[in-house]
Design a protein around this ligand. Structure first.
Ligand code: PLP
Length: 574
């Protein structure tokens, strides 16, 4: 097909994407007015297309000769040159792929003299504010055949859900905290993303870097050495190019720490819990799960997704657990899942008794030691080590992200069990393995944890926890008494808990995060404080003093020690 050698000056101003987008529309509705498209359509209609009803070329146009068209174009180009108009980049963004071109008013003069008279929509916008509206409109005109009135309104749905969170004060606004190496347990609050603006030093009382290992010189050196030697990422999943000697060393080290045959790494303990419980429950024939009512969301998720029958026992209530176990046939597989140190009320279960009951009824135990590893026991292996029952624990899960100062999770147990999860656990198999920096840091953390230094850090942490807890109680704050390092203060109202936390930060440069639903049940909202070995006595005094003030300032009352009540904890459950 021979086309006239006439470049369309209008299309030449558009991007290729815009030309592609507009061509079908011009062909369908504008060919009558455009000599270039007109030529094309006339040719097409006589050679290929029989039904040209929608491609009629107007007689006036077809009667124009090449020189006439060229003259019009030259006129058009002349005007364009004199106006020196450039097409703003916004145009590129707003051209859609359905034949409509969004064009700014500045470009009005660039409109093709022929197409100007056609029904083609050449939309205009005056400023940026209109862009969004245009986008919304474009979304609607994407396919004119579809009736958009009855379709699901996704954005409305999201808006409503977010509004509901805001209404019940459970909408989360993160505090922006920049940890500074060497400053722990202090850090910088960043009001502004810009590094140098509006930042100030605050004391952090809610970090899960319980021993401050995240800034330990040995961990930092391990990270630097690892990145120098091995670079950044791991390069793949464990199966495809992502298993290094560091992975295997760390798994051996973790198995050794927990006195187990084997350990398996995950990218977090959330993933470890979810994957392990899901995979086991799903695979074991007729499996039932017995789950503590206070279990963490990661366990709940795995249990829920497995769809196996579940039985929830009251938090750390051994009699209730036994009552439920008695009702189940002895021969079927059962998993009893619970935490040793509870993350939100700081309680510690009677580990040996729980395990013994579970075993007496033919269950295996899945025990989350996330808030205990690094912190309890001679080597920091957790409550299992402290209570000398490591040999009784079937599956232990732990994190590298809290007391071990890094990120990642793991399970430890017998070799057949870990090999089974390694072979069947989707959350283990189908994800990139942990990078060398993280592995090296975790190896260093465990080394510290198993050394005298680790023991001394744990001792100091416990001393500080004791000092803080007794001073808070003496001040009349409703401390939830717990035997662990976690000190919760009951507030019982999301808005008040948030207000307390904001006042502490704004007025006293103290950061304690309020804990609201869904992390805890509604009505049990609290402040959760974690003292580390590095909090000084003066910091403790300053905290207690500040808390007393903000507590009263927002209308809450301080109580005598005897009057203090403890709320019953029940975490949401599957
Ligand atoms: N288990 C408990 C009890 C937790 O509190 C958490 C996290 O806060 C996890 C598991 C998940 O651990 P990770 O942070 O490594 O994903």
């Amino acid at each position: 097909m021979v086309m006239p050698v006439l470049k369309c000056p209008y299309l030449a101003q558009l991007t290729l994407q815009q030309v592609r987008a507009s061509a079908p529309n011009i062909l369908n509705t504008g060919a009558e007015s455009c000599p270039i498209f007109g030529q094309f359509v006339r040719k097409l209609s006589t050679t290929v297309v029989n039904n040209t009803a929608s491609l009629n070329v107007s007689s006036s146009l077809s009667s124009m000769n090449f020189d006439d068209i060229k003259a019009v174009h030259e006129n058009f180009l002349g005007r364009k040159t004199s106006n020196k108009v450039t097409i703003p980049t916004a145009i590129n963004k707003t051209a859609n792929s359905y034949g409509e071109i969004v064009i700014s008013t500045e470009c009005e003069d660039l409109l093709c003299p022929f197409l100007k008279t056609t029904p083609i929509t050449l939309r205009r916008f005056n400023n940026e504010q209109h862009t969004n509206k245009i986008h919304q409109k474009l979304e609607k005109i994407i396919n004119p055949i579809v009736n958009y009135t009855n379709l699901f309104q996704y954005n409305n749905f999201f808006d409503e859900k977010i509004e509901a969170k805001k209404r019940d004060n459970s909408y989360r606004v993160f505090k922006r905290v920049q940890r500074k190496s060497g400053l722990f347990p202090q850090a910088e609050e960043k009001k502004n993303l810009d590094d140098n603006k509006d930042s100030r030093t605050i004391t952090v009382w809610c970090s899960n870097d319980y021993l401050g290992l995240g800034q330990h010189p040995k961990l930092k050196k391990a990270v630097i050495d690892a990145v120098t030697l091995h670079g950044s990422g791991s390069g793949g999943t464990r199966n495809i190019s992502g298993t290094s000697p560091l992975h295997e060393k760390l798994e051996q080290q973790l198995a050794h720490l927990h006195q187990k045959e084997s350990a398996l790494l995950f990218t977090s303990c959330y993933v470890a819990n979810d994957t392990t419980l899901f995979t086991l429950a799903k695979a074991l024939p007729n499996c039932h799960i017995l789950s503590d009512s206070g279990n963490h969301a990661s366990m709940i998720q795995g249990i829920r997704n497995s769809h196996v029958p579940k039985h929830i026992f009251r938090h750390n209530d051994i009699e209730h657990l036994e009552e439920l176990l008695k009702k189940l046939p002895k021969h079927i597989p059962k998993i009893v899942a619970f935490e040793t140190v509870h993350s939100m009320d700081g309680s510690i279960c009677n580990l040996e008794a729980m395990i013994d009951v579970a075993h007496a009824y033919g269950s295996i135990t899945f025990i989350d030691e996330v808030h205990a590893v690094g912190l309890y026991g001679h080597n920091g292996a957790g409550i299992g080590e402290r209570d000398h029952v490591l040999h009784k624990m079937d599956i232990i899960s732990g994190t590298l992200g809290k007391a071990f100062g890094s990120i990642g999770g793991y399970i430890a147990g017998n070799a057949r069990m870990t090999d089974f999860i390694r072979s069947y656990g989707s959350g283990f198999i189908f994800t990139t393995s942990m990078p060398p920096t993280v592995l090296a840091s975790a190896l260093a953390a465990i080394e510290v944890s198993m050394s005298d230094e680790g023991r001394s850090l744990r001792r100091k942490q416990q001393e500080n926890v004791r000092e803080l807890r007794s001073k808070l109680i003496d001040a009349g704050l409703p401390v939830i008494i717990s035997p662990s390092h976690i000190i919760p203060i009951h507030v019982g109202d999301a808005a008040l808990a948030t207000l307390l936390c904001n006042h502490l930060l704004d007025r006293y440069s103290i950061y304690i995060q309020s804990i609201n639903y869904p992390t805890v049940e509604r009505g049990t909202e609290r402040l959760r404080i974690a003292a580390t070995p590095y909090h000084k006595s003066e910091m403790i005094d300053k905290l207690v003093d500040a808390l007393k003030h903000v507590w009263q300032d927002i209308g809450l009352t301080l109580k005598d020690v005897e009057q203090q009540q403890q709320p019953i904890l029940m975490r949401h459950h599957a």
